[in-house]
Write a protein that binds this ligand. Structure first.
Ligand SMILES: [Zn+2]
Length: 307
């Protein structure tokens, strides 16, 4: 059974948006602030505005509409596995490395993450960020800085990692996954997103960075593997290293709280396939434009979504 044949597809972004607008109008919009059901349509923002309290409901997330074609599926329930706290309380996140002097860690929480990373903080906060610890390793002539971002769950950490991961880089299987160039190694271990950087990559700093990475993975990852939701995506045409996890409401529906995304290249066309995560049982009618799959990844029998 070909997963693509069961999903909605569109020739243009406009067609896709218009389709979802029509579906949404049929199902109806309820204001999340005041419960009112009458809305203005603001086309320039692809949003509904409540006639009573003026609060807005966005039809569609900006990230979803960037490519020509979109395929939509849904997972019925949350199936992410939570691995618990892999680090014992009080233990250091930063291993000692011979010949490198380790600084005391600096610790930042959700209330002050803006101080060290400023504008990047919003992205981390949207993925249930809990704490960031930063420390430096130095010699007389060089230094390595390490930032360890702790999120609530491994999929939250994956989400933040997937937002920053470049489209092209050198990938490896350090921890869950890592990408690196001469001056940095960014990696994912359990619920930790780790950034190891140096200004001067030389024959001493690079091996030291790799040892820090290996020891942090040993300490923190505890056998965590790549999020298994991505195993539901078909192999044909799949572009490597494009898996993303988006933690925000989809199409303005609060019950569609997150999505898994993978890019595809098929027959000279670009696609993004989404698995939306949410609870379908509360929203009869939405099957019109999505194809449910159950928690084992099996397609559920529904009427065809293309009309
Ligand atoms: Zn309202």
């Amino acid at each position: 059974m070909n997963i693509f044949s069961f999903t909605a597809h569109f020739d243009s972004e406009e067609a896709c948006r218009t389709h979802f607008k029509k579906e949404r109008d049929e199902i109806g919009v309820v204001c999340k602030e005041c419960g009112h059901t009458q809305h203005y349509w603001i086309k320039s923002r692809w949003s509904y505005e409540c006639k009573n309290c003026r609060s807005r409901t966005s039809l569609i997330s900006g990230t979803i509409m960037q490519t020509r074609f979109a395929f939509l599926l849904i997972i019925l329930t949350s199936i992410s596995i939570y691995f618990g706290n892999a680090q014992s309380p009080g233990s250091s996140l930063f291993p000692q490395i011979t010949d490198w002097k380790l600084s005391e860690p600096r610790i930042w929480g959700p209330h002050n993450l803006y101080t060290p990373i400023n504008g990047a903080a919003d992205m981390f906060l949207s993925y249930n960020f809990e704490e960031m610890q930063a420390a430096d390793y130095s010699t007389d002539s060089n230094y390595i800085s390490v930032e360890v971002y702790r999120h609530k769950t491994p999929i939250d950490a994956f989400g933040a990692y997937s937002q920053e991961r470049p489209d092209r880089d050198i990938y490896s299987d350090i921890g869950v996954q890592a990408y690196s160039e001469d001056t940095y190694i960014h990696l994912l271990a359990n619920r930790y997103y780790i950034k190891i950087r140096t200004a001067n990559s030389d024959d001493k700093s690079r091996p030291a960075m790799e040892r820090i990475a290996a020891q942090q993975v040993e300490m923190l990852n505890k056998g965590t593997s790549f999020p298994k939701e991505f195993a539901y995506f078909p192999k044909e045409g799949r572009v490597p290293f494009t898996e993303r996890y988006i933690n925000e409401n989809i199409f303005g529906y609060s019950f569609l709280h997150s999505s898994y995304e993978v890019s595809y290249q098929l027959n000279d066309k670009s696609y993004v396939l989404f698995i939306l995560q949410g609870d379908l049982t509360t929203k009869p009618g939405i099957e019109a434009f999505i194809t449910p799959i159950d928690t084992t990844g099996t397609l559920m029998p529904v009427r065809p979504s293309v009309r």
